[in-house]
Design a protein around this ligand. Sequence first.
Ligand code: FE
Length: 390
Amino acid sequence: MNRFTLPRDLYYGKHSLEFLKELKGKKAILVLGGGSMKRFGFVDKVLSYLKEAGIETTLFENVEPDPSVETVMKGAAAMREFNPDWIIAMGGGSPIDAAKAMWAFYEYPDTTFEDLITPFNFPTLRTKAKFLAIPSTSGTATEVTAFSVITDYEKGIKYPLADFNITPDIAIVDPDLAETMPPKLTAHTGMDALTHAIEAYVSTLHSPFTDPLALKAIHMVFEYLNDSYNGDMNAREQMHYAQCLAGMAFSNALLGIVHSMAHKTGAAFSTGHIPHGCANAIYLPYVIQYNAKNTKERYAEIARSVGITGSDDECVDLLCEKINDYNKKLNIPATLKEFGIVEEEFLSKVDEIAKLAVDDACTGSNPRPITPEQMAELLKCTYYGTKVDF
Ligand code: FE
């Protein structure tokens, strides 16, 4: 038996934030990130709309990027004190991811992260509150997905939480919020969305329900990302929807080794963090070359859906070229070397990173199996920019 789960309602379009005036409930806790939503006036709007709806509110602010276990526990305690029947998370991926985990600990104070990391093993939520998500970036699509990533800084572990219980009840996809993104973030989150859609389309768990969402998202990213990056706000709006479609696809079809590699290299080097979407953008063409050894037809279908013609092999090559062109236009480096990772450090760590990447939760649904040795070779290709021929 398979399952396909999405939020019950999705409100979208300019000013769709105003839906909050009609929300039915008593008390809402608003979970926020570092302050940009406040600076741009969106927090005031949300508070006035909820007031109009007759809902009492409190704020939980300053969720950090890559939210920590401590922040989640603090938020859950604030929820237990305030007793909301709505959890409203607004901002980038981090406050929304954190709020999803807070929700679990609000409803089940005695549970532990160790209990929650087994995929699709959550206790039944919605005994106390429902969940509404409002994204301000166009990439993670956490507003429609069953995922959340929480970091235990003490143990140096990222907990990827996955369960349809944490798929939000309502998502508000209002492009007004995405207008606040700076160009670099627009580029990185946009390529993250493209990676979500492409990985979902070729995933071993893809289905007739996820394929059309993935293909449409891919088509829209190629059509709108460049203009969105260059400040065209109509294109920015379309990208906000495209990333959401990609999220609907990958929440149900899962991902592949581009994400495994991005997860395990993101914080691995002393020269600094590789932003998630940037890492995905670098790895994507190399992983397509690797996976195409047994998934050529699926990549060729993607290529043809965006107007590329030729044999399956030609289509795969041209799709990689198209992604490389986009990376160039978006000022994303083509290799880890170009990104600035030091060669000696890379070579000293690559075998260990390869093992961790193979063990990542996203490897299981990748269309072609991979050994740690192959993964190390693949990572070396992404470092030096060499063609993947194994
Ligand atoms: Fe991602």
